[in-house]
Design a binder for this molecule. Structure first.
Ligand SMILES: [Zn+2]
Length: 138
C-alpha cells in the first residue's frame, strides 16, 4: 500500500515538475498560431472551396436535389465570402506587415546561428558540436 502511495506521489511530483514545460510549449504554439492567422484563414478558404466542389460533384451525380444544392451552395459561398473578407482585412491592416517582419527576423536569427565547417564548408544546424558532413570538431 505504501509503495502504491509513494508511486502516486512520485507521479504527482513529476507531473508538477514537468507541467510548466508542457505549458510553455503550449503558449509558444499558440503564439505561432496567432501569428499565422492569415495562414489558417487561407487553409479554411481552401477547405471550403473544396467542400463546394464536392457539393457540385454530388449534385452532378444526382445525390442532391437542385433545391438542396442551391441552398447549401449559397450558404457555403457566404461562408467563403466571410473568410475572404477576414483575409482582406488582415492583409490591409498593418498586422500582416508586422507579422512578416517578425517572421523574417526570426528566420534570420535562426540562419545566423548555423556554423560552417572549417574543414569542408558544410553548413551545420545551430548547436552542432561536430560537422554533420565530415565529423570535424566545430
Ligand atoms: Zn565538415
Amino acid at each position: 500500500m505504501i509503495y502504491l502511495l509513494s508511486g502516486l506521489l512520485t507521479g504527482g511530483v513529476l507531473t508538477a515538475v514537468c507541467w510548466p514545460l508542457f505549458a510553455a510549449d503550449n503558449s509558444l504554439e499558440s503564439t505561432i498560431l496567432e501569428e499565422t492567422e492569415w495562414d489558417l484563414l487561407q487553409r479554411r478558404k481552401e477547405v471550403m472551396l473544396g467542400n463546394i466542389q464536392d457539393l457540385d460533384f454530388e449534385h452532378k451525380c444526382g445525390k442532391l436535389s437542385d433545391e438542396d444544392h442551391r441552398t447549401l451552395r449559397e450558404e457555403m459561398a457566404a461562408e467563403v465570402g466571410a473568410v475572404m473578407d477576414q483575409i482582406d482585412q488582415l492583409e490591409t491592416s498593418q498586422d500582416l506587415d508586422a507579422l512578416i517582419r517578425r517572421e523574417v527576423s526570426s528566420r534570420k536569427k535562426q540562419a545566423a546561428k548555423t556554423t560552417t565547417c572549417p574543414e569542408c564548408d558544410h553548413t551545420n544546424v545551430p548547436n552542432n558540436k561536430f560537422c554533420a558532413e565530415c565529423g570535424a570538431k566545430l
